[in-house]
Ligand binder design. Structure first.
Ligand SMILES: [Zn+2]
Ligand SMILES: [Zn+2]
Length: 185
């Protein structure tokens, strides 16, 4: 592999911006094709090859510009803020295709559907705060090992897994404790 062809996505960044924010700190995975190239390849490899439109290209570039957990509405808003004209129907259709292409992963949290990178990003799990909706990513070798062992025991060919731990984050816990103290005064 030509070293220059290896692109790195998602330089480690740590973001914590309050409501609905993500804490993202996992190292990037090396990829050999840009997301745009990979999606183009997916479209032409369909039984009925599909056209790669400018709107789809704008969307793919926006989605893969940084790692986050987002929903369709948020992406529509981000595209609009960036001055890009992508219809709502295209946002929904393209997200479905990106999941099918193995480039995005879908996370169902309660009644909401979030998306995040699968392509160029390592396997990980989430803690989700029910109060501020913050998602904290983590990796744990013992959990990975247990899931592989359970699959083996059931002669189950695993293609992926999603573990979501629901609860309350440290900030919201502190805020609750502070409110309780105020109630006692
Ligand atoms: Zn919280
Ligand atoms: Zn994640």
């Amino acid at each position: 592999m030509n070293v220059e062809e290896v692109k790195l996505l998602h330089a480690a960044d740590q973001r914590d911006q309050g409501f609905g924010s993500s804490i993202v700190s996992l190292p990037a995975v090396q990829i050999t094709q840009s997301p745009v190239e990979k999606f183009r390849e997916y479209l032409v490899s369909r039984a009925t090859p599909q056209r790669f439109t400018d709107q789809q290209r704008d969307l793919v570039e926006q989605v893969f510009s940084h790692h986050s957990h987002f929903d369709a509405d948020q992406l529509g808003k981000d595209l609009e803020d960036a001055g890009l004209n992508v219809s709502r129907a295209t946002v929904y259709r393209t997200l479905t295709k990106l999941v099918d292409a193995g480039m995005l992963r879908k996370l169902e949290v309660g009644t909401k559907t979030y998306y995040e990178h699968d392509y160029g990003y390592p396997q990980h799990e989430h803690l989700v705060c029910g109060v501020c909706e913050k998602m904290i990513e983590f990796q744990h070798p013992a959990i990975e090992a247990a899931i592989e062992e359970i699959s083996r025991q059931n002669q189950f060919q695993m293609i992926g897994h999603t573990l979501i731990i629901r609860g309350t984050c440290v900030d919201c816990n502190r805020a609750r404790a502070a409110n309780r103290r105020l109630d006692l005064i």
